[in-house]
Design a binder for this molecule. Structure first.
Ligand code: KIV
Ligand code: ZN
Length: 532
């Protein structure tokens, strides 16, 4: 196997810093069901800045007014890292990116154009010469607006290598400061990726004028391996997303690459600026906001990542931690003890716990969360981290509009009565309030109680809805555990646009109603301007 630059270095050579380009808010947000509103995107962007990423890809400004606004607002807020907007090699895209990034302290425009034969022939109907001309034109236009320009030859891993070298040389000559090599369809292997990066470094004459980046998708489960291989071959930037969010099977997981570089510095001789202790809180925040749960056995951030079940392992750990642990849970920000709060716990303890879980609450948010916490502590003896996270989600995110404000036009849950039995159709009386006015409806469900809830929510709010997904999970263990309901609804009149809702309560019926109301509120928030 060929030697990587890292392996050629003397053993004591310092580790070089690689640039972390986070695309949770762009490629990650393209995952089905992961869409976020403006307030949520701002919260994630803040967390990414605190995590220590170098570049935040905040969105694709031309795609929608919402995307444009979020890139603009993130640009206003972020001070310590670059903010990037995506654009095709099309004038209006590049101009929209420029406008959305105009207030950013460190703006970057990321232009892309597919280069592989498949894309040239079937998607773009362009020749190789056309592609180079369009790519150069796009980079030059973007470079007229800012100095930090990234170019991505989409589907680079399936592009003929000679042509890829020619494209890379041309865009660097046109002013690109980063050339990103995307494995758009997650097709490549670590060995191929290594060779591709090595070839670009050896064959492109002006390659030292730009940084090489990689962007790997996970269709064959190799995104992280391919990324690490590119870093071994000398890539200076990698693109990634928290929890591996991204199109289809996702993107390269930030936490896995960062911790691989930390833990196997002997192999990679590279590191990042990431504050690894913020990894778990950031992962939880993104999971909460998107509603996309992290699989239990996921590396670094899964619930079981540091759990030792077998007796032999536990015994080994008691004698010497390193027998079965290659990094500490503390190093990724996982508190060993799942500290329990109860009804005697005060506001300060709750604020402290929330902070540790990744949520720096404002006074107003803390008041709301504390009220809910007290209600829960009356119903449930022990309140765990997961319960606190569920309350935060419930009392902050679902009650805000896209600007982050709580508004009167939203529906609030006020109470229900349900008559049910094995031989009876469920009869439900549901009371909601809007703008201080209560409204009670009564329905007789044709199916089970969930059907009755769904009918009642539609009757009370006046929306004709279709339920695309519904699930209820226990937040923690034990018979007094809270139930967490998640629904995906769409309006019958607007198929394909999914609104997510989330509810949590020790009463699963109540949790389900809250989830449905949350989805309706998102629908209202998404449709009306904030000041309406
Ligand atoms: O996967 C891909 O090719 C992309 C590009 C826009 C970088 O997301
Ligand atoms: Zn991608």
């Amino acid at each position: 196997m060929e030697q990587s630059p890292a392996e050629n270095a003397p053993a004591e050579a310092p580790r070089r810093l690689v640039t972390v380009f986070d695309t949770t808010l762009r490629d990650g947000e393209q995952s089905p069901g992961a869409s976020m509103n403006l307030a949520e995107k701002l919260e994630v962007a803040k967390a990414l800045e605190e995590l220590g990423v170098d570049v935040i890809e905040a969105g694709f400004p031309i795609v929608s007014a919402g995307d444009f606004e979020s890139v603009l607002e993130i640009s206003k807020m972020i001070k310590n890292c670059s903010v990037c907007g995506l654009a095709r090699c099309v004038e209006k895209d590049i101009d929209a990116a420029r406008d959305a990034l105009k207030v950013a302290v460190r703006p970057r425009i990321h232009v892309f154009l597919a280069t592989s034969a498949i894309h040239r022939e079937f998607k773009l109907r362009m020749t190789q010469e056309d592609i180079i001309a369009r790519a150069v034109e796009g980079v030059k236009r973007a470079r007229g607006y800012c100095d930090d320009i990234e170019f991505s030859p989409e589907d680079a891993s399936r592009t003929e290598i000679d042509f890829l070298c020619a494209v890379v040389e041309a865009v660097i000559a046109a002013g690109a400061s980063t050339v990103n090599i995307p494995d758009t369809v997650g097709y490549t292997t670590p060995q191929e990726m290594f060779e591709r990066i090595q070839t670009l470094r050896n064959r492109v004459p002006n390659i030292d004028k730009a940084a090489i980046s990689v962007h790997c998708h996970n269709d064959l489960g190799m995104a992280v391996a391919n990324t690490l291989s590119a870093i071994r071959a000398g890539a200076q930037q990698f693109e990634c997303a928290i929890n591996g969010l991204g199109e289809r099977a996702g993107n390269c997981a930030l936490e896995e690459v960062v911790m691989s570089l930390k833990t196997r510095g002997d192999v990679f001789r590279a590191d990042t600026r990431v504050n690894t202790r913020k990894i778990v809180p950031t992962s939880r925040l993104v999971s909460q906001i998107t509603g996309l749960k992290v699989q239990r056995n996921k590396a670094i951030v899964g619930q079981n990542a540091f759990a030792h079940e077998s007796g032999i392992h536990q015994a080994g750990m008691l004698r010497e931690r390193t027998t079965y642990e290659i990094m500490t849970p503390e190093s990724v920000g996982l508190l060993k003890s799942d500290l329990v709060l109860g009804k005697h716990s005060g506001r300060a303890a709750l604020a402290d716990r929330a902070k540790h879980l990744g949520h720096e609450l404002t006074q107003e948010q803390l008041d709301r969360v504390f009220t809910e916490f007290k209600k829960l502590a009356d119903r449930k003896k022990d309140v765990f981290d997961v319960d606190i996270l569920a309350i935060i989600e419930q009392s902050i995110h679902d009650k805000k509009n896209s600007q982050g404000d709580t508004v009167d036009r939203y529906w609030h849950y006020a109470g229900y009565e349900l008559a049910i039995g094995s031989e009876k159709k469920p009869v439900l009386r549901l009371t909601l309030s809007q703008n201080g006015q209560e409204k009670t409806v009564e329905v007789q469900g044709e199916g089970g109680p969930v059907n009755a809830l769904f009918e009642a929510v539609q009757k009370a709010t006046g929306y004709q809805l279709v339920m695309r997904e519904y699930k209820v999970d226990a937040v923690s263990g034990g018979p007094d555990a809270q139930g967490e309901a998640l629904v995906h609804l769409e309006q019958a009149a607007e198929p394909g646009v999914i609104y997510r809702g989330h509810g949590v309560s020790t009463d699963v019926i109540e949790a389900s109603i809250q989830a449905m109301i949350g989805a309706v509120n998102r629908l209202i928030g998404g449709r009306l301007p904030a000041e309406a």
